[in-house]
Write a protein that binds this ligand. Structure first.
Ligand code: NAP
Length: 275
């Protein structure tokens, strides 16, 4: 039995679908199962990773688990998972652990390593799905605001992270770290242009002061970590982002391009933007 946490999230939803396609028995947790629309074959139980005492029923009979990283609160859950006899954990981490000191995924990885369970860490680059957050700004006036708009990253499709996660759950090889990127180096400015062209509407990127973006980041990160992430984006202006072959190597198929990601989400954009 495989337990998927974060099953209602961008990555988790796709993990559930792929595991079902592979014929696996899947259980999921959600804080409010009534609100989640998961396939009927999945057993969904109410549980909260930041309240480890809620996890026991969901962990019964589970041997492998996909772990969504709850910042600052994961150790209790990891201890409960290990005590329940789970053998292998595949955890969603981040590439940022390699360049930002005190980045919150570092503590999540440490908790899993110290639990003594066998583990795989997924360290993806920025998610393409972050760009869905542009919808309200596009709806308002077609202007996407951000900082260091010419700085490139190699954003990754959530389905590709899920595909690597599923292979890792099935292989259950201990101590593997998968750094995962998308197949192209793209700046925010380029992505905004591609999105506008695909939807047939005028959309442009507007540079805003760094402090405005930092003020949003410190809702979920410390100021120290936010500064390191912003400094890196500033440094990378004008350079291509590193593109890794991980999706191809692990799954045997190429990673999805940004254009394909837009196609996969076009209905969502059109509906939200009333196009
Ligand atoms: N965005 C990026 O560019 C990026 C890059 C690298 C790594 N990451 C990592 O990826 C994460 C986002 O993953 P995602 O996009 O798949 O998720 P998401 O769409 O943000 O959804 C969050 C998921 O986590 C679950 N969750 C949240 N708090 C929980 C708790 N206390 N107990 C149990 N479940 C909880 C939610 O479940 P319910 O609400 O149903 O309970 C939901 O399924 C980030 O938080 C970060 O750790 C992101």
């Amino acid at each position: 039995m495989i337990l998927v946490t974060g099953a209602t999230g961008n990555v988790g939803r796709n993990i559930v679908d792929e595991l079902l396609k592979s014929g696996e028995q899947v259980r999921a947790i959600a804080r409010d199962p009534a609100k989640c629309a998961l396939p009927s074959e999945v057993e969904v139980l109410a549980a909260d990773l930041s309240r480890p005492e809620t996890l026991a029923p969901a962990l019964r009979g589970v041997d492998r688990l996909y772990l969504w990283p709850v910042f600052g609160e994961l150790r209790g859950a990891v201890d409960a998972i290990a005590r329940a006899g789970v053998q292998h954990v595949v955890m969603l981490s981040s590439e940022a652990v390699t360049y930002a000191a005190e980045e919150p995924h570092i503590a999540c990885e440490k908790a899993v390593v110290e639990s003594g369970m066998s583990w795989t860490f997924l360290r993806p680059s920025a998610f393409m799905s972050n760009d869905l957050l542009w919808i309200p700004q596009i709806a308002e006036d077609g202007v996407v605001h951000g900082v260091y708009g010419s700085s490139a990253m190699a954003p990754i499709h959530e389905r590709d992270i899920a595909a690597v996660a599923v292979k890792s759950l099935l292989a259950a090889e201990s101590g593997r770290i998968h750094a995962i990127t998308g197949p192209q180096s793209l700046s925010q400015e380029e992505r905004v242009r591609m999105l506008g062209a695909a939807l047939g509407i005028p959309v442009r990127f507007q540079e805003v002061p760094r402090d405005r973006v930092r003020a949003q980041m410190v809702h979920y990160l410390s100021g120290f970590v936010a500064d390191q992430l912003l400094d890196r984006r500033e440094r990378l202006q004008g350079a291509d982002a590193e593109v890794l072959p991980t999706v191809d190597v692990v799954t045997g198929r190429p990673a999805y391009t940004y254009a394909e990601w837009i196609t996969h989400h076009e209905a969502e954009f059109r509906s939200a933007l009333q196009l």
